[in-house]
Structure formats: structure tokens, C-alpha cells
Design a protein around this ligand. Structure first.
Ligand SMILES: C[S@@+](CC[C@H](N)C(=O)[O-])C[C@H]1O[C@@H](n2cnc3c(N)ncnc32)[C@H](O)[C@@H]1O
Length: 329
């Protein structure tokens, strides 16, 4: 919790230096992250059902332009590498969910190079595509394309060849290792073709320059506290919301989210976020209000006695749309 606590203190300072914030915001678009437990996969009855569930999460976070998805475990110690390992033939909670989320976020033309066909990916073909703006087809032109650096060297330039999913590879000036995923600026218009050397840009450039959603990053956290402590943003999450049927009931039009750089919305599993807190050695005994800036019920009129996490993600992200828009205006 250290980082988030500091951020809480920083918020006062931040608010008093609006000018500085505005400048920083222009350089760095605000981000929205979603945290959810990998255990939701363990309740699926088959690999096929687990794949469909992961696909639902991927579609929901794409529809609502989420920048980062954190899949957390309920480990007592912070071992943030463990979730990266994936068993080939099982649908194993967090590692499986992470794998499917990353696979689906990758443009189709790069998947074959980046993923060997593990049996855990056996049913991904059943899933509806994300159809995100960076998933361009071969015949489509776009000012930016996701690419993968290649081993082969360009013929006439020093630089690196990049597969950007067109019939011809492009060259970039930078010398890079093979197998690195990069975002390539393709030039002002289609007539520049593939022969002119291109530039590598940061992955958030398409969003900064065109307002275009450019996919999500996926991160593993060994438990709920690691979601906060291992935040990849230097400033940490400056506003954190927990969701629960036990949360406060506030009409979405009245929810106030303060101006933020990095918003985090957390979801629980079968036992809810309160159980995740109890399972976490660093958080045990804390109340939800010590952990979240707000704890909200986003579907107070529910007819079913339980809303599943994958349903809650869709419902809640719709509920937060307008409050987020107001916070960023
Ligand atoms: C099966 S529910 C867990 C039920 C649990 N009693 C709870 O705290 O909501 C799984 C997750 O879905 C989300 N959820 C379920 N109902 C919700 C509601 N009415 N409002 C907001 N989130 C909800 C929460 O993130 C919850 O942790």
C-alpha cells in the first residue's frame, strides 16, 4: 500500500498545482486500469468455458478503452513472476487469463510469430475478435501499425526490418533485437509506401495524436496489495475504486471521480473484494474505506442474487463512463 498512501498525500499537492498537472497530462494521457482475480477462471467447467470467459473480459475492457488489466492471485507472499508461467494443457487461473488476454490484444498478423500453439489456446478461434483500432487488416492503411522486429537485415539501410502485417516489411532506423513488438509511425499518407524508412514511436502515441484506443497492457499481481505496490506508473494510482454489492449506492450521474492520471477500478471473485483483503497478509484487518477511495454498488437493482465478475466488469465500466468523462474534462 506504500505507493498508494503516498499518492493520497500527493493528491493535495497535485490539486494545488493544476497548471503543472495540465502540462503533464498533455504529455501523458490519463489511464484507466482494471484489476480482477485470476480465480474467476477456476470456476469455469471446461477449457472451452474458461476461454469464453477470458474472451468476455477482453471484449469488455476493449469496448471501454481500458489501458491496463491486472490479474491478481491470492498468494500470501509477493512473487510477481509466478503468474507468468503457464501450464500448456490446463486453464490455470491467473496465467491462463493473462495468456488469453494478451493473445487477443495482439494484432492477428503477429500472433503466429509471438505465440506457439499451446493447447491452452485451443479454443481461441471461437472467440469474437476485439476489432480494436490497432488490429488493422492487410489492405487497410493507418498512420500507425503494430509490428514485430525481424532477424533479417534491410537491404539498403542500416536499421531493422519490421513486420507490420503488410505484404512488404518496413524498415525503421533504430537497431533492435528481433522479436520485439513495436509501434511504427507509417507516415502521413498511404502514398509514402513501405520503402521509405519509418519511425518507432511509444505505444501511447496513437492515442496522444489521434485519440485512438491502442489496446491494453496485462500485468500479473500475486495478491491485491501487489496490484497497488507494483503499479507500473511512476505516480502510482491516484484514485482507486472498489466494486461490490455491499458498496455505496450512488446514481452514476452523481458519482464524482476527481481529476486523475491513473484510475484503478477493482473487482473481486466469488467471495468479493472483502475476501481478497482478508486473504492478503498486507491488507488483513483493513476496512474497504482504508483501501479504496470509494466502494460502490454499480447495479443496485440486481434481480439475480449474484452478479458474476465478468458481468460486473461490463455493468460497472458502463456505469463509470460518464463520471470518468466528467473527471477528465
Ligand atoms: C460474485 S461477485 C461477489 C459477490 C460479493 N458478495 C460482493 O462483494 O459483491 C464478484 C464481483 O462482482 C462485482 N459485483 C457483483 N455485484 C456487484 C454490484 N452490485 N455492484 C458492483 N460490483 C458488483 C464485485 O467486484 C464482486 O467482487
Amino acid at each position: 500500500m506504500g505507493k498508494r498512501e503516498n499518492d493520497k498525500e500527493d493528491r493535495g499537492k497535485n490539486q494545488s498545482s493544476v497548471k503543472k498537472n495540465k502540462k503533464k497530462k498533455k504529455e501523458l494521457p490519463a489511464t484507466v486500469s482494471v484489476a480482477l482475480p485470476g480465480s474467476i477462471i477456476d470456476n469455469a467447467q471446461s477449457l472451452e468455458m474458461a476461454t469464453l470467459l477470458a474472451g468476455q473480459i477482453a471484449r469488455a475492457v476493449t469496448i471501454f478503452r481500458i489501458d491496463e488489466v491486472i490479474v491478481f492471485d491470492s498468494k500470501t507472499s509477493s512473487d510477481d513472476a509466478a503468474g507468468e508461467e503457464n501450464s500448456d494443457d490446463k486453464y490455470d487461473g491467473a496465467p491462463f487469463l493473462i495468456k488469453i488476454l494478451r493473445y487477443l490484444e495482439t494484432p492477428q498478423y503477429l500472433r503466429r510469430s509471438l505465440y506457439s500453439m499451446h493447447s491452452s489456446l485451443r479454443f481461441v478461434g471461437l472467440l469474437p475478435p476485439l476489432d480494436a483500432p490497432h488490429h488493422l487488416r492487410k489492405h487497410e492503411w493507418g498512420p500507425f501499425r503494430e509490428g514485430l522486429t525481424l532477424k533479417e537485415k534491410p537491404l539498403n539501410f542500416a536499421g531493422t526490418l519490421v513486420d507490420v502485417g503488410l505484404s512488404k516489411n518496413v524498415t525503421v532506423e533504430e537497431i533492435l533485437e528481433p522479436g520485439v513488438r513495436v509501434t511504427v509511425a507509417m507516415g502521413e499518407n498511404r502514398s509514402q509506401g513501405t520503402d521509405v524508412p519509418k519511425k518507432i514511436v511509444t505505444p501511447n502515441t496513437p492515442q496522444k495524436e489521434m485519440g485512438s484506443y491502442w489496446g491494453y497492457k496485462v500485468r500479473y499481481a500475486s495478491n491485491l496489495s501487489s496490484v497497488f505496490n507494483m503499479c507500473p506508473y511512476e505516480e502510482g494510482y491516484d484514485h482507486v475504486i472498489g466494486t461490490s454489492e455491499h458498496g455505496d449506492i450512488i446514481n452514476s450521474s452523481e458519482v464524482v471521480i476527481p481529476t486523475f492520471w491513473h484510475l484503478l477500478i477493482a473487482f473481486g471473485g466469488l467471495g468479493g473484494l472483502e475476501e481478497c483483503i482478508e486473504e492478503d497478509n498486507d491488507l488483513k484487518g483493513k476496512t474497504v474505506s482504508e483501501i479504496f477511495h470509494s466502494y460502490l454498488n454499480t447495479c443496485p437493482q440486481q434481480g439475480s442474487r449474484t452478479i458474476r465478475t465478468e458481468e460486473a466488469v461490463l455493468i460497472s465500466l458502463q456505469y463509470f463512463q460518464e463520471p470518468i468523462k466528467r473527471a477528465l474534462n
